[in-house]
Design a protein around this ligand. Sequence first.
Ligand code: TYM
Length: 339
Amino acid sequence: MRIFSGIQPTGRKHLGNYIGAIRQYVEGQARAAQGDGLAIFCIVDLHAITVAYDPVELRERTYDTTALLIAAGLDPESCILFRQSDVPEQTELCWLLSSVTAHGDLNRMHQFKEKSEVQRELISAGLFFYPVLQAADVLAYRCDEVPVGEDQRQHIELMRDIAERFNARFADGGEILVAPEHRIPGVGARIMDLQDPSSKMSTTAASEEGTIYVLDEPEMIKRKFNRAVTDSDDPPRIAVDPAKQGVSNLLDILAACKGITPDEAAAELAEARGYGDLKGAVSDAVAEMLAPVRERYEQMRGDEAALEQILVRGAEQAREIAAVTLGEVRSAMGVGPVG
Ligand code: TYM
């Protein structure tokens, strides 16, 4: 079993990234180690340049994200952790796969629509092409499983189509590329903004007050949850209900922290006096979950040379695998000399 996922080095990573994705990476790493699997995680700096960004900051953010992933439990001795731009095989594969990617499919990508709507300057061709590079990221490693949040479902479906179209066109009924499955968590796959629970928590669109960052101090976490938008039901009703987006989101977060279902989280609060009790329970659970990550991050982040060494070693391991896939793809497509 082979697991792959990618994460952008943009902005500070938030609770949605942590619950929806990073925790599943750590769990995937453990599962891969138990069996004869391999877990591969990529910091996707080339995806981050598809929207407005600052080049100096990008490098800093890459180290931030590396330190954060290790602090959250990824162990470079048990997984491959690397920076996307260090593996040119992925970018070449992206171009080769573009010939089996339908323009119409890219046009239908929700993330492109959402991100292009908020771009104040250039809407880059790179942003449009983003899902092809994402497909190349995963397909280069012939992975079976991709842990992601709900917002990436469509991108994973597209990479499956790309793999299948490639195999049908170039693999003579065989399987050169593997169509991967997404692994979207049952609880916490779409954490919403605390100030606007109709929008997903995100570093770009959401409000600062409505976003919990993995590195927020406990007092900050408490303050943000205290101010979270709920509703004006009188008496207050703590229940999972599509009409109660704010309360449902808080229950989802609480459930994800405790490893229970949102309905069970609501049942545990049956005696609560109001939304204040719910907010208190969620902020305690989140602060407790994130504190060790923040502490380990602070110990590691200062040593950029050590972080760089981890990324360089990870890229060497990644390139060995990606080069084999790329060689087979080039050969099947008739690109370059006979291999
Ligand atoms: P990124 O960095 O934007 O997001 C990283 C992961 O966090 C998940 N996520 C959320 N989960 C729950 N609730 C939220 N509010 C929330 N916001 C974000 C995302 O689903 C993602 O899993 N396109 C990818 C990066 C990527 C990638 C890949 C992923 C590039 N290549 C190959 C998988 C495989 C992304 O959005 O990253």
